[in-house]
Ligand binder design. Structure first.
Ligand code: SF4
Length: 98
Protein backbone atom coordinates (compact mmCIF):
# COMPACT_ATOMS: atom_id res chain seq x y z
CA UNK A 1 0.00 0.00 0.00
CA UNK A 2 1.31 3.43 -0.90
CA UNK A 3 1.46 5.82 2.04
CA UNK A 4 2.13 9.55 2.14
CA UNK A 5 5.86 9.00 2.63
CA UNK A 6 6.05 6.77 -0.42
CA UNK A 7 4.15 9.32 -2.47
CA UNK A 8 6.53 12.09 -1.44
CA UNK A 9 9.55 10.00 -2.37
CA UNK A 10 8.05 8.98 -5.68
CA UNK A 11 7.32 12.58 -6.56
CA UNK A 12 10.67 13.89 -5.36
CA UNK A 13 11.53 14.74 -8.96
CA UNK A 14 9.10 17.64 -8.76
CA UNK A 15 11.53 19.42 -6.46
CA UNK A 16 14.09 19.39 -9.26
CA UNK A 17 11.67 20.50 -11.95
CA UNK A 18 13.04 23.26 -14.13
CA UNK A 19 9.51 24.51 -14.78
CA UNK A 20 9.04 25.51 -11.13
CA UNK A 21 10.34 28.95 -12.02
CA UNK A 22 8.64 29.20 -15.40
CA UNK A 23 5.27 30.60 -16.38
CA UNK A 24 2.77 27.68 -16.25
CA UNK A 25 1.17 29.21 -19.32
CA UNK A 26 4.15 28.00 -21.29
CA UNK A 27 3.33 24.37 -20.49
CA UNK A 28 -0.46 24.55 -20.54
CA UNK A 29 -2.41 26.25 -23.26
CA UNK A 30 -5.03 28.90 -22.60
CA UNK A 31 -8.56 27.85 -21.73
CA UNK A 32 -9.76 29.72 -24.79
CA UNK A 33 -8.70 29.45 -28.41
CA UNK A 34 -5.04 28.94 -29.28
CA UNK A 35 -3.99 28.91 -32.91
CA UNK A 36 -1.96 25.99 -34.21
CA UNK A 37 0.97 28.33 -34.82
CA UNK A 38 0.83 29.70 -31.28
CA UNK A 39 0.48 26.22 -29.77
CA UNK A 40 3.44 24.91 -31.70
CA UNK A 41 5.57 27.88 -30.68
CA UNK A 42 4.53 27.54 -27.05
CA UNK A 43 5.19 23.80 -26.99
CA UNK A 44 8.61 24.27 -28.62
CA UNK A 45 9.53 26.76 -25.90
CA UNK A 46 8.23 24.45 -23.15
CA UNK A 47 10.09 21.47 -24.60
CA UNK A 48 13.29 23.55 -24.66
CA UNK A 49 12.90 24.02 -20.91
CA UNK A 50 12.24 20.29 -20.47
CA UNK A 51 15.40 19.48 -22.41
CA UNK A 52 17.45 21.13 -19.66
CA UNK A 53 15.48 19.58 -16.79
CA UNK A 54 17.13 16.96 -14.56
CA UNK A 55 13.67 15.51 -13.82
CA UNK A 56 12.70 14.94 -17.45
CA UNK A 57 12.65 11.13 -17.43
CA UNK A 58 10.70 10.90 -14.18
CA UNK A 59 8.29 13.60 -15.29
CA UNK A 60 7.66 11.83 -18.59
CA UNK A 61 7.11 8.49 -16.84
CA UNK A 62 4.66 10.12 -14.46
CA UNK A 63 2.68 11.80 -17.24
CA UNK A 64 2.47 8.61 -19.28
CA UNK A 65 1.60 6.44 -16.29
CA UNK A 66 -1.13 8.75 -15.06
CA UNK A 67 -2.51 9.60 -18.48
CA UNK A 68 -2.01 13.32 -18.13
CA UNK A 69 -4.24 14.74 -20.86
CA UNK A 70 -3.04 18.32 -20.90
CA UNK A 71 0.18 20.22 -21.12
CA UNK A 72 3.82 19.52 -21.86
CA UNK A 73 5.38 16.99 -19.51
CA UNK A 74 8.80 15.47 -19.80
CA UNK A 75 9.37 17.03 -23.17
CA UNK A 76 6.19 15.55 -24.60
CA UNK A 77 3.13 17.48 -25.66
CA UNK A 78 -0.41 16.16 -25.60
CA UNK A 79 -0.21 14.73 -29.11
CA UNK A 80 3.22 13.23 -28.41
CA UNK A 81 1.91 11.37 -25.35
CA UNK A 82 -1.14 10.06 -27.16
CA UNK A 83 1.16 8.77 -29.89
CA UNK A 84 3.53 7.08 -27.44
CA UNK A 85 0.65 5.45 -25.58
CA UNK A 86 -1.05 4.36 -28.81
CA UNK A 87 2.17 2.57 -29.74
CA UNK A 88 2.18 0.84 -26.38
CA UNK A 89 5.12 2.95 -25.25
CA UNK A 90 5.91 4.60 -22.00
CA UNK A 91 8.77 3.15 -20.04
CA UNK A 92 10.31 1.86 -23.24
CA UNK A 93 10.53 5.33 -24.73
CA UNK A 94 12.03 6.81 -21.58
CA UNK A 95 14.63 4.07 -21.53
CA UNK A 96 15.64 4.97 -25.08
CA UNK A 97 15.56 8.73 -24.50
CA UNK A 98 17.51 8.51 -21.26
S1 SF4 B 1 10.51 17.79 -17.76
FE1 SF4 B 1 9.53 19.73 -18.28
S2 SF4 B 1 7.44 19.62 -17.44
FE2 SF4 B 1 8.67 18.00 -16.48
S3 SF4 B 1 9.42 18.84 -14.56
FE3 SF4 B 1 10.99 19.20 -16.10
S4 SF4 B 1 10.58 21.21 -16.99
FE4 SF4 B 1 8.74 20.56 -15.86
Amino acid sequence: MMGATTLLVENDWEHHARCRTEDPGLFFGPTGFESKHDRQARERAAKAVCATCPAMAACRDYALATGEAYGVWGGLGETDRRSVLAQGGGRQMTARAG
